[in-house]
Design a protein around this ligand. Structure first.
Ligand code: PMP
Ligand code: GLU
Length: 397
């Protein structure tokens, strides 16, 4: 049977593929060290788990309103007030099955055939695919490593056309861990002034920051509030990736269009997971500081040991839990008959030779880099990087 053009042209998620490949090899008894994980390796904090158990015991096992229960919407509003200092009403927020789903609803709600969405590269793998699924055209804004992989106002200006409908900002960034500061955001806001372009601000890593402070575009340009959609969720901040709760705050008409779309696709996010999310968002926040502290130490360990490998350079990421070293100096190197052309070849070589799983930069729009998640133990970081160094030592020029 012939599948739809939509299904046939869609790329599978490389991040999910690598993570499941590493898990599968481990289950087969192969000693693989996985740096693929886009999820905290910590258990979900007990208070959150208990809130969901209580919810199940109380019989909260039925449909809720599509965009989340009134209690969840109220918790989201409180969270946004606390974290951003911004007031949103229940009609201006909505919850879905993970921030990935939130983003999908946004693109479905905003885009007509041919509408363009500016996506700075390197980007999280799902943005261009979701834009294309919704009939839009992803327009990649090439950002250089020299600019710390961050969008500049000039690059943004150069990518805008009369068809630009939206721009995606993701700070701290997956995959680079780089973070937009207030000056840069003010410059970006300046370019968008007077233009009818929506800003999709994916802030899913906003609490996982190790230097400086997270700044929202709405702090530097409050006048954009009727055109900015904040996307956030509980997956990364509270180690809740499997719970599938994400949310958005933004203009009422976009939020209600997202709920209409969700009402004809998934309906509400899981009822008792909503209770866990409420506890996460407005309960005791000390678990976050503990996780951030651990990630910060691992970040140093991973980045220092990567930089100690001959010809590898790795910038210090300010947020998220990824290192994104350049492997450009290894392009053209050989292993036997095999020539290394880009990060796809490097990732395949490392999995085969070193039994180390990394995510190649290519599906993030950065073919000369690779992504390593430090959501893994110190021992794995030490042993994994030792194996990478040993394998790179076997490459010949
Ligand atoms: N945005 C970015 C940048 C991400 O890395 C992720 C990770 N999955 C998401 C959104 C979606 O997160 P989730 O669907 O688990 O809430
Ligand atoms: N966002 C995470 C990652 O980049 C999790 C996997 C996914 O949803 O893409 O690895």
């Amino acid at each position: 049977m012939k599948l739809s053009k939509r299904a046939e042209s869609l790329q599978p998620s490389a991040t999910l593929a690598i993570t499941s490949k590493a898990k599968q090899l481990k289950a087969e008894g192969i000693d693989v060290i996985g740096f693929g994980a886009g999820e905290p390796d910590f258990a979900t904090p007990g208070s959150i788990v208990n809130a969901a158990i209580k919810s199940l015991e109380a019989g909260e096992t039925h449909y809720t309103p599509v965009g989340g229960s009134p209690a969840l919407k109220s918790a989201i509003c409180d969270f946004i007030k606390r974290e951003y200092g911004l007031e949103y009403s229940a009609a201006e927020v909505t919850a879905s099955c993970g921030a990935k789903h939130t983003l999908f609803n946004i693109f479905m709600a905003l885009l007509d055939e041919g509408d363009e969405v500016v996506i700075p590269a390197p980007y999280w793998v799902s943005y261009p695919e979701q834009v294309a699924l919704a009939g839009g055209v992803p327009v990649i804004a090439e950002v250089s490593e020299g600019e710390d992989f961050l969008l500049t106002p000039e690059i943004l200006e150069a990518t805008l056309t009369p068809k630009t409908k939206a721009v995606v900002l993701n700070s701290p960034s997956n995959p680079s861990g780089a973070m937009l500061d207030a000056d840069r955001l003010a410059g970006i806001a300046g370019v968008l002034e007077g233009r009818d372009i929506v800003v999709i601000s994916d802030d899913i890593y906003h609490k996982l920051v190790y230097e400086g402070e997270f700044v929202s575009i709405l702090s530097v340009a409050p006048a954009l509030k009727d055109r900015v959609i904040i996307v956030n969720g509980v997956s990364k901040t509270y180690a809740m990736t499997g719970w599938r709760i994400g949310f958005a705050a933004g203009p009422k008409n976009i939020i209600s269009a997202m709920e209409k779309i969700q009402g004809q696709s998934t309906s509400n996010p899981t009822s008792f997971a909503q209770r866990g999310a409420i506890e996460a968002l407005i309960g005791d926040q000390s678990c976050v500081a503990e996780m951030v502290d651990t990630f910060k130490k691992r970040r140093q360990l991973l980045v220092d040991s990567l930089n100690a490998i001959d010809k590898v350079t790795c910038a210090m990421p300010t947020g998220a839990f990824y290192a994104f070293p350049s492997i450009a100096a290894y392009v053209g190197a050989k292993f036997g008959e095999t020539v290394i052309n880009d990060s796809m070849d490097i990732a395949a070589f490392l999995l085969e030779e070193a039994k180390v799983a990394v995510v190649p930069g290519t599906p993030f729009g950065a073919p000369m880099n690779m992504r390593l998640s430090y959501a893994t133990s110190d021992n794995n970081i030490i042993e994994g990087v030792r194996r990478i160094r040993e394998a790179f030592g076997k490459l010949e020029f």
